[in-house]
Design a protein around this ligand. Structure first.
Ligand code: 6LW
Length: 506
């Protein structure tokens, strides 16, 4: 059967291993069986989510590498999909090292930590390193190589951020293929391998590799390049590229990489951004061969260590927000408090609506193609609610005001009030549901339907609007992110008692 229309697979695939907007994965292993992974975060604060796994399949977010305003400033002018691009995470010399680019600010920077859950150091800037997608690799002589998209390489002092000597060109990938980027350099056996992505992050994306005897080249391309691509296929996973390699304790090799799951008719729309997938790697003639990339992957040859499920409800009873919560550009503590009304999250409006780049909004990445989010909102002192956000110009929301709710939609230059509905005074339960398109019966069908509404006193869902999800997809909005579902205030103060998020199985 087509995996896209298989109900079990669509609701509960084990690949992507980190679903939702988690692109540009970089991975390392520390010790026998602890794996860590970091992703891009663009205009959101905190930046660079960090995950932990004991089996490569189940991942838990343990923090964000840049979670203090002093480490990361994303001013109001930071465009959507600007900000933090493509980290590399490495474990070396008893420490964790992370390099990342702020394309809207300081450029390349390096951070270190003894515990990848944090705290991470303040960034050391790399002002001499020009180019996105920085990689870090050390050779036996103690040289630290920083390789960037293009593909060029610098020798740096990782303690000061200084560049040592001139950069040099390493490889441009296949002739004619655009965007050689996402380099990662590894010493494996007798060779140095240079892994890159090429073709651009859309449907042409792929991964190629070259090898040489020294870390600074020359490199000989693999005759089988690209070693991974789904271009030109109707595979349910598309845009596969931007990968990183890791070795298991048993000597087996694995690749994490980004991919998307387009749904609906032609051309297919992906709504969760670029997600992190896993595939097994074998070696033939000292070249890596990437095994099948499927939505349901064969388990690795070791016991799976499934962590406790993330609870559906966040009660806002802890002092701090869990690491999965993110906000566009900044999150001033005074506007997002859990202490003001104990057990509630109180949001104080900054911008006037979700169109504002610095709206008071906290959300979590939508991880499931079909999902449900709910919240109990008290709008007695303001206006705000529950939103599905792709960026400032693409969002749907249900907004509560005293005695009334409204459904609002912003798509590109258009903004409209889609529905309004009277409510009893006092707190109101707001609900958003997404229903993925499982079977395409019409080529014009969208990827999903997003419904927004309230719950009546009996807890029954009163649906006020059903909107085509294509307008909150990357194919329509462009950019590098994905949907984020969360809470906002557009006027005054709105208090939220809890937030529920779950995959829909109905
Ligand atoms: C990233 C580049 C890419 O820096 O997209 O897919 C850019 N790969 O390597 C933004 O994620």
């Amino acid at each position: 059967s087509n995996p896209q229309t298989d109900t079990t697979t669509i609701n509960n695939p084990n690949n992507p291993v980190i679903p939702g907007f988690h692109p540009d994965p970089s991975i390392c292993r520390a010790g026998e069986e602890d794996y860590y992974l970091a992703c891009s975060s663009f205009e959101y604060f905190p930046g660079v989510p960090v995950f932990h796994s004991r089996d490569l399949v189940h991942w838990t977010q343990i923090g964000n590498a840049l979670d203090r305003p002093g480490q990361l400033s994303l001013p109001r002018g930071t465009p959507s999909s600007g900000g933090l691009y493509a980290p590399t995470l490495r474990h070396h010399d008893g420490r964790f090292w992370l390099v990342v680019t702020n394309v809207s600010g300081d450029g390349n920077m390096l951070l270190t930590a003894t515990d990848p859950a944090g705290p991470w150091s303040d960034p050391i800037l790399l002002p001499g390193v020009h180019g996105i997608d920085p990689d870090l690799a050390w050779d036996d002589d103690g040289n630290c190589w920083c390789t960037v998209a293009g593909v060029s390489q610098y020798r740096i002092d990782p303690h000061t951020g200084e560049t040592l000597g001139e950069p040099h060109r390493l490889w441009s990938g296949a002739p004619g293929a655009k965007a050689p980027e996402a380099p990662h350099l590894y010493r494996i056996g007798d060779y140095w391998y240079l892994l890159i992505a090429e073709g651009g992050t859309e449907r042409c994306h792929g991964i190629s590799i070259a090898r040489g005897r020294t870390p600074d080249g020359p490199f000989e391309p693999c005759p089988a390049n690209p070693i991974l691509t789904h271009r030109g296929t109707d595979h349910p996973i598309q845009n596969t590229g931007h990968g990183d390699l890791v070795q298991g304790p048993d000597g087996s090799w694995w690749m994490v990489f980004l991919g998307v799951r387009p749904l609906g008719g032609t051309p297919g729309w992906h709504i969760l951004g670029r997600e992190t997938f896993l595939a097994p790697v074998t070696w033939v003639d000292d070249w890596p061969v990437v095994g099948e990339v499927a939505l349901t992957m064969a388990p690795p040859p070791w016991p799976l260590r499934e962590p406790a499920a993330v609870p559906v409800r966040d009660d806002f009873d802890l002092g701090d927000l869990a690491p999965a919560w993110i906000s566009p550009r900044s999150r001033p503590a005074r506007d997002h408090t859990t202490g003001e009304r104990p057990g509630w999250l109180s949001l104080h409006a900054r911008g006037e609506s979700l169109d504002d780049p610095e709206v008071t909004f906290v959300g979590r990445r939508q991880r499931d193609l079909s999902c449900r989010a709910r919240t109990l909102a008290d709008p007695a002192e303001g206006r705000g609610g529950l939103a599905v956000r792709l960026d400032e110009q693409h969002h749907y929301e249900i907004e509560a005001a005293p005695g009334q709710v409204r459904v609002l939609a912003r798509v590109g230059p258009f903004r409209s009030e889609v529905a309004s509905h009277p409510t009893a005074p006092g707190p109101v339960v707001l609900r958003v549901e997404t229903t993925a398109t499982r079977e395409v019966t019409d080529a014009r069908q969208g990827p999903d339907t997003v419904t927004l509404g309230v719950e009546d006193e009996a807890g029954t869902y009163v649906e006020l609007a059903a909107l085509d999800g294509r307008y909150l997809s990357t194919e329509v909005a462009g950019g590098f992110t994905g949907r984020v579902v969360g809470l906002y205030a557009s006027t005054g103060t709105v208090h939220f008692d809890w937030f529920d998020y779950e995959a829909r199985t109905d």
